[in-house]
Design a protein around this ligand. Structure first.
Ligand code: SPD
Length: 356
């Protein structure tokens, strides 16, 4: 019995030894060799195939997590003092804020040759002169989504239509204070980037009257309440409607006459990022025209990559939900940083959501 157990133990030790020798000699799992890149992105904002293809090609493991608002991302990055993530995707007005708060590190452009594919008209903007910190990823709009099984789409022309009592308990709003207040300000004839506290308060009073219609605030996957018919109309991002309409053709998108809200999300490397070489490699990969094309075609947001546009399927390139025409862009308003006024927005946002 003793001999038997010694023999079992020695066989076990031999197996462990051989396994260790094999692990040392054979090429290990690629991620162990090339390391990782910690990516923190908006939900539903990158096809899984892009992550797995990058991983396969480079051996860099993408550790991918998501958020549903700029505010949530900002709070987390700030809490971690710019560490914890190697790449995040703030909207322009948060690039500004994160830069001012010292949460970003400058890009090493020599590691990102594919920057040459970006539309120069979308670079060197006041929120980041010279693109010292940020690289455009996707841009898009916030307008009105509807389900024509319940909504007469011919009658929807304005943000004001969301106040129609016919939509009691059937309206979705993004869980995004700048967008919800942007709409409130616009229906009152102000800019969606207004900084006057009296105007923001007036928007709050107007939005309070919308609350009986509001079923939910959702930004994680706002297409789902449309698909499961929990809501019939609402404020939503273009890509969400693009994805939802592939599953249900009665779901569509309308640009209101007051103008849509327009935004751009960019890639930035937080100050405390540990895997900066991998972050640059991932940015460069995402800027590869064929990759940027796939992203835009799959999730329905507009690419700032001119070379990708040339490769894009015409049904996507000519789809006004994904690529609004010049007049719609002209009528829309790009969101910008509102500085200290954000505190006023936040105060009324909390009151609105608390039903006060
Ligand atoms: N699911 C992806 C949503 C991206 C939204 N980006 C910007 C919102 C700006 N208020």
């Amino acid at each position: 019995m003793k001999i038997f157990s010694v023999s079992i133990r020695s066989r076990f030790l031999w197996v462990i030894l051989m396994f260790s020798v094999f692990c040392l000699a054979a090429p290990g799992p690629v991620s162990a060799e090339k390391g990782e890149v910690y990516v923190y992105n908006w939900s539903e904002y990158m096809p899984d195939s892009v992550l797995s293809d990058f991983q396969k090609e480079t051996g860099i493991k993408v550790v991918y997590t998501t958020y549903d608002s700029n505010e949530a991302m900002f709070a987390k990055v700030k809490l971690l003092e710019g560490g914890g993530y190697d790449l995040v995707f703030p909207s322009t007005y948060f690039v500004d804020r994160m830069g001012k708060e010292g949460l970003l590190q400058p890009l090493d452009k020599s590691r990102v040759p594919n920057l040459k594919h970006l539309d120069p008209g979308l670079l060197d903007k006041p929120y980041d002169p010279g693109n010292a910190y940020s690289v455009p990823y996707l841009w898009g709009s916030t307008a009105i989504g509807y389900n024509s099984a319940y909504v007469d789409k011919g009658k929807v022309t304005s943000w004001n239509d969301l106040w129609d009592p016919a939509y009691k308990g059937r309206v979705l709003l993004t869980n995004d204070l700048r967008e919800v207040f942007g709409m409130g300000l616009k229906v009152l004839g102000y800019s969606g980037n207004d900084t006057d506290p009296a105007h923001i308060e007036a928007a709050y009073e107007k939005l309070r009257t919308l609350m009986p219609n509001v079923r939910l605030f959702a930004s994680d996957s706002p297409k789902l309440p449309f698909l499961n018919q929990e809501v019939t109309i609402g404020m939503i991002w273009n890509g969400e409607i693009y994805m939802a309409s592939r599953e249900n053709s009665q779901i569509g998108y309308i640009y209101p006459k007051e103008g849509a809200m327009l935004w751009m999300d960019s890639m930035v490397i937080p100050k405390g990022a540990r895997n900066t070489a991998n972050a640059h490699a991932f940015i460069n990969y995402l800027l590869r025209p064929v990759v940027a094309k796939t992203i835009s075609e799959e999730i329905g947001y507009a690419s700032p990559n001119s070379a990708a546009l040339k490769l894009m399927a015409p049904e996507v390139r000519n789809n006004p939900v994904v690529y609004p025409d010049a007049e719609t862009v002209q009528k829309g308003e790009f969101q910008v940083d509102v500085g200290e006024a954000i505190l006023v927005y936040q105060k009324y946002w909390e009151k609105l959501k608390a039903g006060q």
